[in-house]
Design a protein. Structure first.
Length: 123
């Protein structure tokens, strides 16, 4: 399968999962970062069955959060562990009852705190 768009890592994409990214935690959740400074796509995570109804257990990444665009709010990423520190994910759009898988991606686990975006003051 050949994707129509360049790999998202082309834009320096990283996905951050802070300790408070779980649905039951009250923190701001996780986020996506591009070019080391642009943060978009706030999300919360939970372990659950796939929205595709295929019986798979996944780490569900829910972008239906205030501040995200209408299109992004319809996106649910689903991630499965495929090896030590390696994960395979799929982007699933959900609009009403219509649910469809739209793209696949990989995630590698990095240990350590996120690097602050360039040009931001951490005070």
């Amino acid at each position: 399968m050949t994707p129509l768009l360049p790999e998202i890592r082309f834009f320096g994409h990283r996905k951050f999962f802070p300790d408070n990214a779980a649905v039951e935690d009250g923190g701001p959740g996780g986020y996506n970062e591009f070019f080391g400074m642009i943060r978009i796509g706030s999300f919360k995570i939970s372990a659950r069955d796939s929205v595709l109804g295929d019986g798979q257990k996944v780490l569900h990444i829910n972008y239906n959060r205030r501040g995200n665009s209408f299109l992004l709010k319809t996106l649910n990423d689903e991630v499965k562990r495929i090896g030590d520190g390696h994960y395979l994910g799929r982007g699933v759009f959900r609009i009403g009852r219509l649910v469809f898988s739209s793209f696949y991606f990989s995630v590698r686990k990095s240990i350590g705190p996120p690097v602050p975006p360039r040009g931001h003051d951490n005070k």
